[in-house]
Design a protein around this ligand. Sequence first.
Ligand code: RM4
Ligand code: MN
Ligand code: MN
Length: 437
Amino acid sequence: MSASSDKTPMARDAGFIAAQNAARTADLDADYAALGAQLARRGVDIESVTRRVAQFGVAIPSWGVGTGGTRFARFAGQGEPRGVFEKLDDCAVIHALTGATPTVSLHLPWDRTPDVAALKAFGDARGLGFDAVNSNTFQDQPGQAQSYKFGSLTHTSKDARDQAVAHNLDCIRIGQALGSKALTLWIGDGANFPGQQHFVRAFERYLDSAAQIYSGLPTDWRLLIEHKMYEPAFYATVIQDWGSSLMAAQALGPKAWCLVDLGHHAPNVNIEMIVARLVHARRLGGFHFNDSKYGDDDLDSGSIDPFRLFLVFNELADAEWRRAPDFRPTHMLDQSHNVTDPVESLMTSAIELQRAFAQSLLVDREALAGYQDGNDALMAAQSLKRAFTTDVGPILARARLSKGAAIDPVTAYRASGYRAACAVARPARGGASSGIV
Ligand code: RM4
Ligand code: MN
Ligand code: MN
């Protein structure tokens, strides 16, 4: 896939964004001043919250800018990116308009390109860095010698395991050329029937394969182990929960960390408590953010249960506030946009993360600690609710404005005509790509 046009699209043009903002600045100033006065009465300096929000960044998953689908169908969107360079173009638009997404998380081999140096230069030219590289041993690729039908890192066949390990080492090599500092390991290995797989032996094979990958990690890299309860294996998954993930991380060594994908748990599981446990174990490596109602739905972050998202961020803010050791999780989105323009979904999702982050900074932690110690359950809950119900919209908008991004990203994006231009420049390909993401 060749690089796309060199002409800066309107959606990334600083003059266009400034003109869009001009009409909204006076209203924002008024709203920001009112919120600042309200927060000052609560002992919160609005400027310090705005600065923190402006520093907050979340990685865009390269697979998220294409239209997703389900196992039933995928309904292609207009002007979808046809390769990794066009995906980066879309990511650059998201970052230009939100100022919140400075990095991209690649998925290999989906994003494989013969000229990795050109991809790095393409990202550099757009102000985009590369976050964790995601390997893929849950699908077979054309020409592949061994099949992953019955597993990859945990396969009963050593040849299949070796192939999966080699792919992960290749991901590290490519990631190094791009400036990535982490490999995210998620495998679909597991069983569909009781008795199909020996639980202990499969986990031991995982540890052995993962140790080989671990030994290929550069010194400043992290291995992010992502657990998932079910799918594609529907009876048992080898790394099914945070317990298995933590056991693996602890067995592998200090460069191995646990990654929490919000959609990879049973309904009603207390994810914020899992986060707190992993912080305690000094192994919280990062997140894949999304939202869900029933399972691994990959819906837009904050679209179903924004309070849960806030409670996760509340644990992160608490860990930072009490200076928890070894605490520096990475933030990534992992969503599937089946019925929306992916650029709009990713922009609004990044903003939802910033919203939860800003709200978490408003919690009066001294007061909360007092309520907890005094067993004042009602006031403890109220102190969280007070932060959660504060409309921090003006803070988020001001943070964007301070970075030259848009006060109202979706409206500016629509006014730019970016998608219509893509529809012309990127004619639809025949045949649908995978709908799984
Ligand atoms: C999985 C998991 C991984 C992602 C794939 C596409 O469910 O969330 O992070 O790489 O989907
Ligand atoms: Mn994920
Ligand atoms: Mn998932």
